[in-house]
Write a protein that binds this ligand. Sequence first.
Ligand code: GAR
Length: 195
Amino acid sequence: MVVLVSGNGSNLQAVLDACRNRSLPAEVVAVFSNRKEAYGLERARAAGVPAVWQPKPKDQDRRQYDATLADAVIHYRPDWILLLGWMRLLSSPFLEHFPGRVINLHPALPQTFPGINAIQRAFDAYQLGHIQHTGVMVHLVPDEGVDCGPLLGQQEVPIYPQDDLHMLEDRIHEVEHHLLVTVLASVLASAPTSY
Ligand code: GAR
């Protein structure tokens, strides 16, 4: 698996730990980030996994960058690409290289709060009485749609009246770490490898 991250990488850590303790029969062969300071790169280095900083040059458009990123990822011959807090939309010059092989994690239920700040927006919607709970989902990324695609797993996450945003974030991340590994285990068990 190649993992793409833009930030903290706590979900990357959950995957690295699951690979190490063999609850996930898989290996992370490289971690890429568009952001040099992403702590996920540190986590990769600490686990002895190649950590690749792949910035987008100003003179490169999005599709050129995605094609360059795909070339760099292909070098590691991954069976799966995991988007774990990767905060850039991927266009077809990337996705066409990995049909049915790109998996995204998103901190909301299907068809709710796509894009950035999903947890904050769910929290605000709860305060306004628009939702009673939120959730987490893991899905395939077939095209350039934002946080949508064939669902691999989802789990509701409760919101309580006494929650502040930080409490809800912590609860969501805890659910993510567990759901992600569970879903990956079942995906790996049922899919043939491509390389
Ligand atoms: C996670 O909550 C993930 O679901 C979210 O970014 C966070 C990364 O946390 N992804 C998205 O919002 C994608 N639209 P982490 O860096 O600690 O794993």
